[in-house]
Design a protein around this ligand. Structure first.
Ligand code: URA
Length: 433
């Protein structure tokens, strides 16, 4: 077999078979196929697309390109959840303790934030001492005893994705549904969970800008699950405004704490309840949505979800005194208030602008090697649908930087305030099974 023939076949619009896809992945990971030929094939896939069968095979070949973790020795079904990324998305940190306190087992590998989107690992690392590195044995042990673990992907899992993702990033081939779906699903499937819930975001702050693209990506990933006999479900949720009020690492951890204590923002708690109910049913802990939701609500009220969060933080060596006394988290030295220039209703909040603003204040990274300021970010005071009076607080910026006037301007412009509220801006949710 020859890589040039494979590139030509895809260039001419034909379907690749397992042997050809295996040949490409194996030899690319082993450095026998150079980046320039892999780039040509990626571009041919980008332009020609892939059939369901090809996407299933590509995912499977990427999945087995490195270590594949087996969690079957842990009793019960292991659950995982993946969000395609957004602004203020701290769902995993609220949802994990909620479902673990109900007997679910969360086995999750997470990523870091890049650009305007935040990452669960960075948020966790804003808790002093917290360690996101675990061996296979430690990961299994923690899931078994605590009921949840969230760790980084610094293992030998899915080396094909590591190489391909970096190459896609510099060859204009990131925004391609077969490549995104196989990238996400190969990592998820290699990390050992039995059931996966995908939260596919659409809107100004998301990868997928339209609901149609989000549906297409969600359906492609659910189909991969069917092809590979895994229980994969998806929900499509909007990212037309940040989730909750807090954007930025320790600011979001403080919101997680409040939410687990029963004082969370409505959109965040609703999404956690919906997602949690699906996952507890996937895990066969409950057989209907109402009982699952009631158990999740009960465990917020009786403090079990918050206690589970503390147990999880302790198991990963985080200093629990910060969770018990959130005022211990450092606060950025510059705190800047943004006030509304007029009276009206908030019709839009550009999530991309808020995410970028948080990054520019120091709360995110532009390049993967950039350092993050854990105390930097933005707290929104108003959300879509809220009424606002002239001079009222819209948002507060937190930064240790001295130059932030451009962020003040961009955050103010991110709010669209009109005389009337447009009902069509109310968020939509769709589930795909
Ligand atoms: N996240 C991934 O893991 N892979 C992609 O291709 C896009 C988003």
């Amino acid at each position: 077999m020859d890589i040039i023939e494979i590139i030509e076949k895809k260039r001419d619009g034909f379907e690749l078979n397992r042997e050809e896809i295996h040949y490409f992945i194996k030899n690319y990971v082993d450095n026998f196929i150079p980046d320039y030929q892999a780039s040509a094939l990626l571009m041919a896939i980008y332009l020609r697309g892939m059939s369901k069968k090809e996407i299933g095979i590509l995912t499977d070949e990427m999945r087995v390109s490195g270590e594949v973790w087996d969690l079957s020795m842990i009793p019960g079904l292991k659950l995982d959840k993946h969000s395609t990324g957004g602004v203020g998305d701290k769902v995993s940190l609220v949802l994990g303790p909620m479902i673990a306190s109900c007997g679910g087992k969360l086995a999750k590998m997470s990523g870091r934030g890049l650009g305007h989107t935040g990452g669960t690992l960075d948020k966790l690392e804003s808790i002093p001492g917290l360690d996101i590195h675990e061996t296979y044995e430690e990961f299994k042990n923690q899931i078994n005893t605590v009921g949840m673990a969230i760790i980084g992907q610094d293992t030998e899992i899915d080396p094909a994705d590591k190489k391909l993702y970096a190459l896609r990033d510099v060859t204009g081939t990131v925004s391609c549904i077969p490549l995104i779906a196989s990238s996400i699903m190969s990592k998820k499937l290699a990390s050992g969970a039995d059931c996966i819930l995908l939260d596919v975001k659409y809107g100004s702050g998301a990868f997928m800008k339209t609901i149609e693209d989000a549906k297409n990506l969600a359906q492609t990933m659910v189909d991969i699950g069917k092809e590979l006999n895994k229980d994969v479900k998806a929900e499509i949720t909007d990212m037309d405004q940040p989730l909750g009020f807090a954007v930025g690492n320790n600011l979001e951890i403080k919101e997680v704490i409040n939410t687990l204590k029963g004082n969370g923002p409505k959109d965040l708690i609703e999404l956690c309840l919906e997602s949690g109910a699906i996952m507890l049913q996937q895990g066969k802990i409950f057989d209907n949505e109402i009982d699952a939701k009631n158990a999740l609500i009960e465990n917020i009220k009786n403090g079990k979800a918050f206690d589970k969060f503390k147990e999880f933080i302790k198991a990963q060596k985080g200093d629990v005194s910060y969770i018990e006394n959130p005022e211990k988290f450092p606060v950025a030295k510059n705190v800047i208030e943004i006030h509304s220039p007029k009276t009206g209703f908030v019709n839009k909040i550009n999530a991309l602008a808020i995410g970028k603003g948080s990054m520019e204040l120091g709360g995110g990274r532009e390049k993967i090697e950039d350092e993050i300021d854990m105390s930097a970010g933005i707290i929104l005071n108003k959300k879509i649908g809220d009424s606002v009076k002239e001079g009222e607080l819209l948002a507060t910026l937190y930064t240790n930087k001295e130059e932030y006037s451009h962020v003040e301007k961009n955050v103010l412009e991110a709010f669209e305030i009109d005389d009337k509220f447009d009902e069509s801006n109310i968020s939509k949710k769709i589930s795909i099974n």
